[in-house]
Design a protein around this ligand. Structure first.
Ligand code: PHE
Ligand code: NA
Length: 451
């Protein structure tokens, strides 16, 4: 029996896919990256373009990915090849699978470092390392944390290990079981933080910063950043959603599932913004601070809160878990490919991916810690930049073009099982709206690529 004839593992529970996909989507992208990018690109206009990209590009691409995964029943490489073959198209379409696997790997290489910050800060809160620190101290603490490669590398190595242990345990026992209790806790924590902020100043300013869409026009760099972030935050074109989709039973509705994942992800990002910016504004901090934004601002809020240490601990536990439920999804494509096509055992697939990953992330960590820059960016920055500004939008473009123009219409119609009117709308989106949207942003940003 070849691997394609074997029945594939499926999610155990009715909520298995939704939880796992939401776990993948909701992560550092929402709580760490979204606020600092919004701060860097000036607020409302960035948020508006980001929301438009989620609707016009993210949702249609996610539907394609889940459909391809479920019908192609395999890792992205196998799934793209099988889908193309079924419609009599070239096996070269599997290049989209290779690209997405590469993206997942590149993202994970810097993601484990940021997840390591979260664990490091958890330790700082527990051990009292942040007690009594003022705004200036917080900046210094963040910088000191990064200047020490042993500290930085120790935490990111630990994240890599935990990720590989969970993935090695399998889809049901590892992934599905861990996301089931990590996700609900995260939402509760965010709600508590927002409620606190409503009463402690800066909230109105934060709301108008996030939602005053007339905040001036967005630069080309900002548009590209918003598009890239829509892919990143929904875990698209990185192998994650497609591979999770390959464990989805036939009975699930792809449209409804996609909408719930996208909605949950967007809600958590906006909630994170509402939890973070009040602290920034009421303490006179700079919203354009960059990647350290939440690590410098939130601990200040915790200090001022009654039971602040307790909330600080809870928050960083949740942030770390949100990071883990995402990091496991980034490596799942590679692991499933090694198992299906290369005959690896699941455990060995996880460990060997982990070792390769460890080397790349250690290089990224060192480049970040020592600030070694090539063409103005460290390896850490390049991994982030190349994936979200280039590989993912291109992969997404390929995916919608394949689904809209090259896969036989009956196949997609059968797989998506949408009411006729909604299906027609989806087809217009994947054929015209999403590809044109991506192209326009790309063309607009062309100047950015000419270094
Ligand atoms: N969506 C995740 C986040 O927002 C990141 C991610 C990207 C996960 C790509 C999987 C694949 O943090
Ligand atoms: Na996200």
């Amino acid at each position: 029996m070849t691997s394609s004839e074997q029945p594939r593992v499926q999610w155990l529970g009715r909520w298995g896919f939704i939880l796992a996909a939401t776990g993948s989507a909701v992560g550092l992208g929402n709580i760490w990256k979204f606020p600092y990018m919004t701060g860097e690109y000036g607020g409302g206009a960035f948020v508006l373009v980001y929301l438009a990209c989620i609707l016009a590009v993210g949702v249609p691409v996610m539907m394609c990915e889940i459909a391809f995964g479920r019908r192609g029943r395999g890792s992205p490489i196998d799934a793209f090849r099988r889908m193309a073959k079924e419609s009599g198209r070239s096996p070269l379409w599997s290049i989209l699978g290779w690209m997405s696997m590469l993206s997942g790997f590149m993202i994970l290489s810097f993601y484990v470092i940021v997840a390591g910050w979260s664990f490091a800060y958890l330790w700082k809160v527990v051990s009292g390392g942040l007690t009594g620190a003022n705004v200036g101290d917080m900046v210094a603490i963040f910088e000191a944390n990064n200047a020490n490669p042993w500290n930085l590398g120790g935490w990111s190595t630990m994240v890599t290990l935990v990720t590989m242990v969970i993935v090695g345990m399998g889809v049901q026992k590892g992934i599905e079981r861990s996301v089931g209790w990590m996700m609900p806790g995260l939402v509760v924590m965010l709600v508590i933080l927002i409620v606190y902020n409503v009463f402690s100043g800066g909230f109105g300013e934060a709301v108008s910063f996030l939602f005053s869409f007339n905040a001036g026009s967005l630069s080309s760099a900002g548009m590209l950043a918003a598009l890239g972030h829509a892919f990143f935050t929904l875990s698209l074109a990185a192998g994650a959603i497609l591979t999770y989709g390959s464990y989805l039973p036939r009975s699930a509705s792809i449209g409804r599932t996609t909408l719930s994942v996208a909605l949950a992800d967007t809600a958590v990002a906006l909630m994170a913004g509402l939890a973070i910016f009040p602290v920034i504004f009421s303490n006179g901090m700079d919203p354009g601070e960059g990647p350290g934004l939440i690590f410098m601002s939130l601990p200040l809020a915790f200090q001022a809160m009654p039971l602040g240490t307790l909330f600080g601990v809870l928050f960083f536990v949740m942030l770390s878990m949100a990071a883990l439920t995402s990091s496991i999804s980034m490596v799942e494509a590679t692991v499933s490919w090694l198992c299906d096509s290369k005959g690896f055992s699941r455990r060995w697939a996880a460990w060997s991916s982990g070792i390769v990953l460890w080397f790349i992330s250690t290089l990224a960590m060192l480049s970040f810690s020592a600030d070694w820059a090539v063409l103005g960016k460290t390896l850490f920055d390049w991994l982030d930049y190349l994936t979200s500004r280039l590989l993912m939008p291109l992969g997404g473009l390929g995916t919608v073009v394949l689904a809209g123009f090259f896969i036989r219409n009956e196949v997609m119609r059968d797989e998506l099982a949408l009411p006729p009117l909604i299906y027609a709308l989806w087809l217009i989106m994947v054929r015209y709206v999403s590809p044109l949207g991506i192209l326009i942003v790309f063309v607009d940003a062309l100047g950015l690529y000419s270094i």
